[in-house]
Design a binder for this molecule. Structure first.
Ligand code: FE2
Length: 292
């Protein structure tokens, strides 16, 4: 029996009674996905499953995305990314902290991520939180004239476009071969959710660099204004992981940022999470839509 309870923050919920090793039924998945869509963040507690069971769960949410940074893909499991400070490639400061800025996963691709999940395998005693921002709450609180002004506008996105802005750590640059896979793409500034249809300000941090039909300096100013409005404590939940947590966030309704972390230097300082990001809508909703 799954129970859902609120997290200690302005939004988000936790699920108890889930067992990924045994598998998640359609009914259980419906409970979990509805909780996610309602609360933006869902932390599935107390898991102890292998990569195959985790991927099986990930595929219930959509189609796993193989990251453009191909060196970050897990050997033998290209749909999984190893996140944290443990892997050899994570020993340099910027690579280790390459998600320590406000962003939305895969907003630099035409077919965006619809959910991201991080499964905590090792957690540090101090730090290592993921901060998640409720874009729906931020959007709903925009002044009416600004909401009206951005309605119907289209932003251009590019990987690392505003890297290093607002005191955030810069994103490591893509290689030419990686960059060739992700040319700039347009997305509506206010985008409908693929399942619920709710309209929300989308991906205003990290990748948005221009607005179609607007002089570049005006677009830059508007993007900065919108981001500054969003990044307020009242819209942010910081998740402090416990081993066995799978934190899932609805990427269509949120931005997130890792908190910067140092290299491991003794017991209680390692951070290791397995990431899956998916695109598309969960199979149970796709099947229902196809049957309708
Ligand atoms: Fe991310």
């Amino acid at each position: 029996m799954i129970s859902i309870e609120p997290l200690d923050g302005p939004f988000g919920c936790a699920a108890h009674g889930v067992d990924l090793e045994a598998g998640v039924t359609d009914d259980q998945f419906r409970t979990l996905s509805q909780a996610l869509y309602r609360h933006r963040v869902l932390v599935v507690k107390d898991q102890a499953c292998d990569k195959d069971a985790y991927l099986r769960f990930g595929r219930q949410w959509g189609v796993p995305i193989q990251h453009v940074v191909d060196t970050a893909r897990m050997p033998g499991y290209p749909d999984l990314l190893e996140v944290g400070n443990v892997a050899k490639r994570r020993q340099d400061r910027l690579t280790r902290n390459s998600a320590a800025f406000w962003h939305t996963d895969q907003s630099y691709e035409a077919d965006v991520a619809t959910a991201t999940m991080l499964y905590a395998r090792k957690v540090p005693d101090q730090g290592g939180e993921t901060r998640i921002l409720d874009m729906k709450a931020a959007y709903d609180n925009l002044e009416a004239d600004l909401r009206q002004r951005i309605d119907g506008l289209t932003a251009m996105h590019y990987y690392g476009a505003t890297s290093g802005r607002d005191g955030e750590l810069p994103t490591p640059k893509l290689t030419d071969a990686q960059a060739a896979h992700v040319p700039p793409v347009p997305h509506p500034l206010v985008r409908p959710h693929a399942v619920t249809g709710e309209r929300v300000l989308y991906a205003i941090g990290g990748t948005a660099f221009d607005i179609e039909g607007m002089p570049p300096e005006d677009a830059d100013q508007l993007i900065r204004t919108l981001k500054a409005h969003c990044v307020q404590d009242r819209y942010i939940y910081a998740h402090k992981y416990e081993v066995g947590d799978i934190a899932i966030w609805d990427t269509q309704m949120t931005m997130h940022s890792a908190t910067p972390i140092g290299a491991p230097n003794g017991p209680g300082t390692e951070r290791l999470l397995w990431r899956i990001s998916v695109r598309g809508i969960p199979g149970i909703y796709a099947r229902a839509a196809a049957a309708a």
